[in-house]
Design a protein. Sequence first.
Length: 159
Amino acid sequence: MQRQFHVPVGGDMRDNYSAVNLVEERADGRFDGGHTFSFTAGEEIKSGNQSLWCINTKVLWLGGFRDKPIDLEYSRTLQTTIYEQHSAYFVKMKDYFRPDLRIYWKKSRAHYSRTLSIDLQNVSGTKNEAYRYFDKRKDDVVTQYQLGLIPVVGCRWEF
């Protein structure tokens, strides 16, 4: 017996706020990426009486978050990250993209079941932007990236 599933989800994502010290009436917030989309799909295959194999995939695509501009000259003087004091989140980072893959085997008995799995988070190894900071060794603003591929091996017993 086989079962398949597909779940697409999408939406418009806005984050605005009012700031008294800004000329604009509304300003973009940190999480104003503009859009969000995810797609989950999988297939379960029954093998034998009480054994189940499953493969799932999930793809996330989000509009890039925003960050405040860094005052480079003042950061150089103080040798630490100094954001522009009266600025909103004007710097838009690149879009966030992450595909995940999960494969697992589940064996069920009368009083318990066990699951062995491997999850490959960010299977494409995409380097998504996390934040920016002033690096005093490079004497410049540097972008910090999130982790690439993250393998997770799991074993679960349920009673």
